[in-house]
Design a protein around this ligand. Structure first.
Ligand code: T4K
Length: 384
């Protein structure tokens, strides 16, 4: 344990919250209008502001990212099997489950920990309807290769972009790739509406379908034409989003400084690799994740996680456990660990460190000192 134990618990993130006075004004407007949900003025305004901010044409808001994904699959008419990654938050695959779709797990790339596009083709069967990639930790999937495969076999491509808000790839918004992308606006996300999410999609016909699906399948007050759900964003969520959006630029700047500081301190520690992509304009600034090579660092990821915890720092083992290990997938051929070697290794090695604008550079230094002190020379490293 370090001498000056950090007195307050330090979490992986803290929500980016607008000034309470500003929110109170917005609430006042909502109260006055008496329109608190169901396609209200603030929801419509947020939708437009997000389209402008992200540079996209079609966007639909939801009360959380999971329901957005779930209804997105439904709107695209997916059937049968969907090829996806096991290295993600449970929501990705649970959204498939709730549509009666079967996940087919594909291994990940060791560098980015996104779905390994070179291993997708061999998993395609006549039941496959889509490829579902996750831009995990804001690392973009191999979108061009994925699209090539999808075009060849006429499959839909959906991206879980829960960690990818505001990201660009080759100067284009990340949501320009694939048929549909989901962004999560959960409180733990840089841009948040406390709970919330959005779908961005290419085909304009999907818009009216989504509008119905998130509103009980209603097409007008007396016409129910689809089996929908209630997944609407309410006016309070939208009001928070409108104010948080104004803070995003500054928060990205603060996180950039924190990221640079982490990179500087961690560069010299053997066995620690920074996993998050580092290009400035392309980053989502959502997570700061390291990979621990136990042989070189001399300690395991779990040891480091516990050591940080002993010092009041609550890093997270995202995304442990692997989704392919969930009990209800037992019996699926694709969960065989022999075919998911990289994913099984990744899940034992990754650690998400505290990362938010107000963390402060001093704390970054303290966290890195703990990591540095943890380094243990092993016979193997001293021989090198
Ligand atoms: N796909 C992917 C790839 C995702 O990562 C997610 C969500 C989704 C889909 C689904 O999107 P949503 O339906 O959520 O929109 C958190 C979030 O709840 C979840 O949204 C997120 N991914 C996931 C990666 O992280 P937990 O269980 O790790 O959250 P929790 O409550 O442990 O919070 C983490 C830390 O954040 C806490 O230790 C302290 C801090 N925190 C959290 C909250 C909620 C605060 O300071 N204040 C808060 O209000 O899942």
């Amino acid at each position: 344990m370090i001498a000056n134990k950090i007195s307050e618990p330090i979490y992986i993130t803290r929500p980016l919250l607008p000034d309470l006075g500003v929110i109170s004004n917005s609430l006042h407007e909502i109260w006055e209008s008496k329109r608190v949900t169901n396609n209200g003025a603030k929801e419509r305004l947020l939708e437009q502001e997000l389209k402008d901010y992200l540079g996209v044409e079609h966007l639909s808001l939801f009360n959380n990212g999971t329901l957005a994904l779930l209804l997105g699959f439904r709107a695209l008419g997916l059937k049968g099997e969907v090829i996806t990654t096991p290295f993600t938050f449970p929501a990705t695959v649970q959204a498939l489950d709730w549509n009666g779709l079967t996940p087919v797990f594909c291994d990940v790339e060791p560098e980015t920990m996104t779905i390994d596009a070179t291993k997708i083709e061999r998993l395609i069967t006549e039941k496959t309807s889509a490829i579902l990639g996750v831009h995990v930790f804001g690392n973009p999937c191999n979108v061009n290769k994925i699209q090539e495969i999808a075009d060849k076999y006429q499959l839909k491509v959906i991206y879980d972009g829960a960690h990818a808000f505001g990201m660009k790839l080759d100067d284009k918004p990340i949501s320009d790739y694939g048929d549909m992308t989901m962004f999560s606006f959960h409180a733990t996300k840089l841009f948040n509406t406390i709970e919330g999410g959005a779908l961005i999609f290419k085909d304009h016909r999907v818009a009216s379908k989504l509008a119905m699906l998130k509103n009980f399948g209603l097409d007008g007050p007396e016409n129910v034409i689809l089996s929908g759900l209630n997944a609407k964003m309410n006016e309070v969520q939208a009001a928070i989003g409108l104010e948080v959006l104004k803070l995003v630029k500054e928060e990205r700047g603060k996180r950039h400084a924190i990221k640079e500081s982490y990179e500087q301190y961690l560069a010299s520690i053997a066995g620690i690799r920074i996993l998050t992509s580092s290009e400035k304009d392309n980053s989502s600034y959502q997570y700061f994740v390291i990979e621990i090579n136990e042989e070189k660092y001399g300690r395991s990821r779990d040891w480091l996680h516990d050591e940080l915890k002993r010092n009041n720092i609550f890093a997270r083992k995202y995304f442990y456990p692997l989704c392919s290990g969930f009990s209800w997938y037992k019996g699926l051929e694709s969960v065989n660990p022999d075919n998911l070697l990289q994913a099984n290794a990744a899940v034992q090695r990754t650690l998400a460190l505290p990362y938010y604008g107000d963390l402060g550079l001093e704390l970054v230094q303290s966290i890195c000192e703990i990591i540095k002190k943890g380094y243990k020379k092993t016979k193997q490293t001293s021989d090198m």
